[in-house]
Each structure stands twice: as C-alpha cells, then as structure tokens.
Design a protein around this ligand. Structure first.
Ligand code: AHR
Length: 502
C-alpha cells in the first residue's frame, strides 16, 4: 500500500524561523580546541580559527550558535575568558573533568560568528549554577553596552570597540538535572530565573530570554518543572527550553527509527504546559519553544565509559565523538522533520553540537575536516526548508515498535518557499521495504520535479570516517514524477529524502 498526503497552501502550520537551524558550541572535549579553533593548523587564520571548518559550517547552514554550554556554563566565569589570552587563568571544568585554558573566549566566539557570515547569531548562556543575577548583568554590560562604563570600557580596551549585540540569552542550563553544578528545585530556579530576567530587561528591554525547561522528557519532574518555572517567569521570558537525545538501545532499531514520535509528543506536552500556565494567568502572551539541544547521541556508551574511568583533568580530550551511520542520519532527518512540523511554536532549535562532540563536522588535529552522515539532512533542511510549513496529515501503512506501538512508516513535512517552490522532506522507516508515496498538490501551479535527493545505503551501518570521509553522500533518486497535480515516487527502505518541486 502507498503512503499519501495532500498539500494545500491554504492549510499551513506556520513560518519557519531561521533560528530553527541553530547549533551549539560548548567548551567540551574537542568542540572548541582542535575543532573550530586550532592555532598552527595549516588552514588556521590569524585568529587561530580553522578556515576548513568555517567553510563546512557555512555549508551546513547554521544560524544561531549557542555558547559556552551546556553543563560547562554552570561553572563558567565569563571574566576568565576575556582580555589578553596568555594572561587568562587555567581552570578546572567540573562538568567534563577537564582543564579549561580559556585561550578561546567570548571575543573569539563573536569573531567566529562574524566569520561564518550574517546568518550566524549569538545565543549566549549565563551561569545560574554557581552564579547569579550580578554576574549575568556584568556579562551583559561587558558584551552589549556601547561604551562609557567600567565593563564596556574593559571590552573596548580588550580590542572590541563594537558591542557584541547579543540578543538571545539562555538563563542557565539543565538546572533540573542532579548532575548540574548548582542544581536547583523548580521553585528555586524559577525565582532565580525571574530575578535574572527582570534585571537583564532593566538593562535592555529587547533581550530575548530562554528559561530552562526539563533536560529530558524522561525526568521525573517533567511538566511540573515547566509549570512551576513558567508560573514565576511567564511575563519575563520568551522561550522555554527542551533537550532530547536519542540512541538505539538493546538492538531495538524499530523503536529507534520512531524516535520522532517521542520528540513530537514532547513538543506537544510542552506547548500544552505553556498554554496551561498562560490560561491560569489569563495572559494573551504565548511562550515559544527553544529546542536548544537535540540529536542522536549514544549517551549510554559515554556514561558507562565515564563511570569506569573518570578523567584526570586533561585539556581538550576526545569526548562524545560519536561516528554516525546511515541509520543514525535517517533518524536525525526525522527529528529535523519533527521540528519543522511544529514550526509554529518551535522557533529556536540547536543541533547539539557543531564540531567533534556528537557533531556533523569532525576534525583531526593538524589534519582534515570531514562530514558525518548527519551533515546532509541538516544542510538540505537549512537550505531548502525556508518559508512556510504546510500542514501534512499522513495516511501511511504502519509498523509495530516495542516502545511506541504502531507507528506510520512515513514521516514527512513540506515547506513552501517565498518563490512558490515546495520542498518535501520524507523518511521511510521500514528497514526492508520500499514505500510508494503519492502527494496530491492543491492550489499550487507546480509542474516539475527539480530534484529528488536520497540518503540511503545497502549497508545501514555505513558511515564516513577519517580514512573514508566520502563513503556516504546523498545521491539523485530516479523515477519521481509530477503529473496532473500528483507527485509519485517510491522511497527506498531506511531512507532520508528531499524532493523539490517547482
Ligand atoms: O550536549 C552535551 C550535554 O548534554 C550538554 O552539556 C548538556 O546540557 C546536556 O546534558
């Protein structure tokens, strides 16, 4: 049986915010050091930034870049990361049991963004683990105040005459997690986030603020945490955060392939919680969602390793360097589809992370940079998933999964660009069967298939590696047609697809 849906521009979900294609640079492992920053590397520029990596980051199409953590931010001392690099202190990073040299800091982060290009935007987190309102204000003044005060003049003296113009701020990170340095209850965090937000708005009414939601949907405090935090912060913040990572566990690939079922329910749960608090407060304001950490991450593997052999404070160790297969990329693409399907409320999202650490881009110190399988769905979605998301009601054959019960084999979304072209993103979750797909196109003068790009492989375990960096790349699919207002194609088993229509 075929899977089907209908597209009609009269039925849309909402406009895609460019910030949906954000990413994340944390001081963790080799994301910064020997990732984006490696003085002495053959491609390094005068600032020590790897230009081979910068080229790939541009190609990936990243917009907002969250920084400096993650768990790292809960011990972050911003003042250590500014001023002459050789005078900056070395510090213990409790989150990752590493030594932080601070050679790369705030100014270097802003320089990195400026070199990516105008599409890149800062998304800065403040430390609400070991610190509070005063330090958040100091950082904001140093970063954003034009001149004429002690902290803004310190920035100028450090060589950054122009303010950094950071608009989007995260109020801490995963404060619900017992692993977080300075972990808090929802009531404690809600008060601190509210007072920090109020003070930051006193300095600048136009900042956009993200309150911490749960660090995963599986947390025992999930939903109650969001409700308590939002009751304190509703009028003061713009977003609540969501974090989710997925991995194949105990050989259950069918459930892994359906990970987006969990992600979509998570989003819907958080929307409901936000709107419930809004209703209780009789507020007409809507809180949007910042899905500021999402990815495939083999976390169990990492935890077992970390428990067995705690690190002894190395500099830039190889940590969380997952190598992604074709199967991982298909799940990853499906997570991207889940975000687009909720573009009306998810208006910020960050792929965690950007380089080396659970990342689409990998590097070797002194050596090359290369693309993981997950690079491709993200780059395609960022390039062609701009415009308005159309409502896609899927009618599809299903399969049965141990974790989620019956799940449609097709997962899909469609985006209509300002130029009238339509891009369908689709995943076939079947591990063995091709899936015929028919899409009825209403109210749109579309006549041709510009491109059908597919990511699939006879070996679902195939991956790119340092030795074979181009083993997996998308290729053109054959036989896709658009006739009499109907798009017809067959999706290969276990595949990510992008079909562009004009
Ligand atoms: O992205 C890796 C880590 O995952 C982040 O530091 C933390 O916020 C999350 O638990």
């Amino acid at each position: 049986a075929a899977a089907r849906f209908t597209l009609d521009p009269a039925f849309a979900v909402g406009d895609v915010d460019p910030r949906l294609f954000g990413s994340f640079v944390e001081h963790l492992g080799r994301c910064v050091y020997t990732g984006i920053y490696e003085p002495g590397h053959p491609t390094a520029d005068e600032a020590g930034l790897r230009t081979d990596v910068l080229g790939l980051v541009r190609e990936l199409g990243v917009t907002a870049v969250r920084y400096p953590g993650g768990n790292f931010v809960s011990g972050y001392r911003w003042e250590d990361s500014v001023g002459p690099a050789d005078e900056r202190p070395r510090r213990l990073d409790l989150a990752w049991r590493s030594t932080e040299t601070n050679r790369f800091g705030l100014s270097e982060y802003i320089a990195f963004l400026r070199k990516i290009g105008p599409q890149a935007e800062p998304m800065m987190a403040v430390n609400l683990g070991t610190r509070g309102v005063a330090e958040a204000l100091e950082l904001q003044e140093y970063a954003n105040h034009p001149a004429g005060t002690a902290l803004s003049e310190r920035r100028v003296a450090h060589g950054d005459k122009d303010p950094f113009g950071i608009r989007l701020w995260c109020l801490g990170n995963e404060m619900d997690g017992p692993w977080q340095t300075g972990h808090k209850t929802a009531a404690e965090y809600g008060r601190l986030a509210a007072e920090t937000a109020r003070a930051m708005r006193q300095m600048d009414r136009d900042v956009e603020l993200v309150a911490c939601g749960s660090s995963s949907r599986a947390m025992e405090t999930f939903a109650a945490w969001e409700a308590t935090v939002l009751a304190e912060t509703y009028d003061l913040v713009d977003y609540i955060s969501l974090h989710a990572y997925y991995e194949e566990l105990d050989g259950d690939r069918d459930s892994f392939l359906a990970s987006a079922v969990d992600m979509e329910s998570f989003i819907e749960n958080v929307v409901a919680t936000c709107d419930h608090v809004g209703a209780r407060l009789k507020s007409s304001k809507k809180i949007n969602l910042s899905f500021d950490e999402w990815n495939v991450w083999y976390m169990r593997r990492f935890q077992e390793q970390a428990d067995a052999e705690p690190l002894d404070w190395p500099e830039a160790p190889r940590l969380l360097e997952d190598n992604y297969s074709v199967t991982d990329a298909v799940v990853f693409g499906s997570l991207m589809i889940a975000l687009l399907r909720h573009a009306d409320r998810v208006t910020v999202a960050c792929l965690a992370q950007l380089v080396n650490v659970i990342a689409p881009i990998m590097t070797e110190p002194g050596g090359p940079a290369w693309k993981q399988t997950t690079f491709f769905p993200f780059a395609q979605a960022s390039r062609y998933g701009r415009g308005r998301v159309l409502d896609v009601r899927i009618d599809s054959p299903a399969y049965v999964t141990p974790k989620y019960g019956e799940v449609p084999l097709l997962h899909a979304t469609a985006v209509r660009g300002d130029d009238g072209t339509v891009t369908v993103f689709a995943v076939n979750r079947s591990q063995s069967e091709p899936l015929p797909l028919e899409v009825a196109l209403h109210g749109m003068p579309l006549g041709s298939v510009l491109e059908h790009s597919v990511l699939a492989d006879t070996d679902p375990e195939a991956r790119n590696t340092l030795a074979d960096p181009e083993r997996v790349t998308p290729r053109e699919a054959r036989g896709t047609t658009l006739r009499g207002g109907t798009l017809s194609t067959v999706l290969e088993p276990l595949s990510w697809n992008m079909i562009r229509l004009a």
